[in-house]
Design a binder for this molecule. Sequence first.
Ligand code: NDP
Length: 264
Amino acid sequence: MNLNLKDKVAVITGGSVGIGLAIAEGLAVEGVHLALCARDGERVVNAAQDISRQYGVEAAGIKADVTKAEDIDRFVEAIKAKFGGCDILINNAGAGSEETILDAPDARWQYYWDLHVMAAVRLARALAPAMIARGGGVILNNASICAAQPLYYEPIYNTTKAALVMFSKCLANELIPHNIRVNTVNPGLVLTPDWYKTATLLTEGKDMTPDDYLDRIAKDNAPIGRFASPEEVADFFVFLCSDRASYSVGATYYVDGGWLNVVT
Ligand code: NDP
């Protein structure tokens, strides 16, 4: 399938590892130039250089913490200086939380609100005008199955990801007259290095390997009985970026191996 993405420019937050890196690589294969950001400057610069070398696209890695408005401003300036703007924005940076509602202070709520919602708001507001000037574009928000089916130990994650889904829907309505398609992807279990690190920690000194632990989580939750690879989720993002998905607007797609337990 020809995706017609060659020489487009994509911005990906959290593009240095995990799902964001897999999306970056998936887009680079299609000839898309990239601006990636993450807090660990060295890792994101290295990721961008590796992609550039391997796929022959232009790729910039920029240190930025998307919970901070001033870092987003710097990131946007760097994107505009290098590419003039972008055709694709993928709000991917995010992290799980662990708390109870009764114990978590305001600052914790504020951090995840900034990470999962305000980063997407600020980047859309800053980058959509240049997209409109280029004739249109695509904005994808990486939320989570937890936006609809909460995990008990992370109420702040569940709540802020649900807010991201609603923001995405509202943004889609506002931007489709300008030929910008906005959609959300809700992944289920995706085997990133971080999951593996957690499994290693939790099985230390126990009669269980990290792989056994992950296998149990997958079998207990996802009908498919396994984790997705980051690439399996990334392929779906790449398709949504292309004009082969031209009638997909304001939708939320689950890529979860059947884990969502209701019909929506
Ligand atoms: P990883 O932890 O593997 O990667 C997260 C990426 O985001 C890294 O590049 C990280 O770099 C960056 N990042 C984190 N915080 C910030 C910040 N404040 N500012 C800028 N960059 C940041 O995560 P995943 O690939 O697993 O997750 C990606 C997205 O997918 C997240 O939004 C997550 O909620 C969602 N998701 C993941 C699932 C999974 O099972 N893995 C399931 C459902 C949804 P650095 O640390 O250097 O900042």
